[in-house]
Design a protein around this ligand. Structure first.
Ligand code: UDP
Ligand code: MG
Length: 326
């Protein structure tokens, strides 16, 4: 029998599953989260959890440290300041060692009990297993409507087909994680990044619960900015709009000019037209300013990308004891 090709040396034993939990001021609910996570996974697979402290100011880090000292599955990644959820997830993915990685919120809106189902789908060969919300408890009518409108817009502009009613709660195979890690843009819209990579994808439905404690960090202003991020990161459609609006206005202007000339020739020119003049000037001024703003949105992003800054800085990384050195 020919010699087996040795597997590449790995510096530590690898868990099958890494759970990445971004957390910003979640001290109150983290213990409960960990209990439920540990109960849900038990010994079904070898697993670790990476708690990403996104610059919390309420002692979240201390709670994480305590969890790590009592449970060999828990690891702590602490970022140097608050970088936002999208970046916290990226940091977690960068430090996850598992063959599969689950991203889940710390506030228990995503039930950890669903993870075994996600794993089952992954074992059937899917690279991306999305948890899809069947219901959205505790969310206002306005939030549901605006979220829906946003998904529609993304699809209409041809940017990307974002699966509706999926958040960041999902499982990624190692191959998918490595793909996501290649996309290092500063302005990250993780839902878009996850959709962009492709690979076989499936969905597992679940009921979204209310927050267990604390408050949502997503104000409408932050959501609006997230939506802008989503659109400008994946399509230049708004820029194209400028071209077509400009074209339409020009055509209308020509028609109007012809009308004015003909009218002047037929009935003379009794110097009127101040209101129509003001309307046209103001309208054009407004349209021009608006599209300057749109161009500015893109230019600002180009500016940020050219600086090539690291996405985040790590204060401290303490992997779980599951990863014992060999
Ligand atoms: N989060 C984070 N950094 C932030 C804001 C939020 O890591 O700057 C985490 C937060 O701790 C939670 C998850 O992201 O685990 C989802 O946040 P939140 O519940 O506020 O969002 P929502 O559920 O309302 O979408
Ligand atoms: Mg939440």
């Amino acid at each position: 029998m020919p010699d087996m090709i040795p597997l590449p040396e790995r510096p530590f034993r690898q868990p099958t599953l890494s759970v990445v939990v971004p957390a910003f001021n979640e001290a109150a609910g983290l213990d409960r989260f960990h209990q439920r996570l540990a109960a849900a996974l038990a010994d079904s697979v070898s697993w670790e959890v990476i708690y990403v402290d996104d610059g919390s100011t309420d002692g979240t880090l201390a709670v994480m440290e305590a969890l790590r000292s009592t449970d060999c599955h828990a690891g702590v990644l602490s970022l140097s300041r608050n970088f936002g959820k999208e970046t916290a997830i990226t940091a977690g993915l960068d430090h996850a060692a598992g063959d599969a990685v689950v991203v889940i919120d710390a506030d228990l809106q995503d039930p950890p009990e669903l993870i075994p189902e996600l794993i089952a789908q992954w074992r059937r060969g899917y690279d991306m297993v999305n948890a899809r919300r069947r219901s959205r408890a505790g969310e206002t009518w306005l939030k549901r409507r605006t979220a829906h409108a946003f998904y529609r817009l993304m699809q209409r502009t041809g940017a990307l087909k974002l699966p509706e009613d999926t958040g960041d709660f999902r499982l990624l195979s190692r191959r998918a994680v490595d793909a996501v890690r290649q996309l290092r843009e500063q302005h990250r819209f993780m839902k878009g990044v996850f959709a962009w990579i492709g690979y076989p994808t499936t969905f597992v439905p679940y009921d979204r619960a209310c927050r267990s404690s604390g408050v949502s960090k997503w104000t409408y202003w932050r959501l609006w900015n997230l939506a802008l991020e989503g659109i400008t990161s994946f399509t230049v459609m708004p820029l194209k709009c400028a071209t077509y609006v400009g074209l339409a206005v020009a055509v209308l202007a020509v028609i109007y000019a012809v009308q004015v000339i003909v009218k002047t020739l037929i009935i003379g020119n009794p110097v009127a037209g101040y209101p129509s003049l003001m309307t046209v000037v103001l309208f054009l001024g407004g349209v021009q300013l608006m599209f300057l703003g749109v161009i500015g949105e893109y230019l600002g992003r180009v500016f940020d990308e050219t600086k090539q800054r690291p996405l985040y800085l790590v204060q401290r990384f303490e992997p779980s004891a599951v990863r014992v050195a060999r």
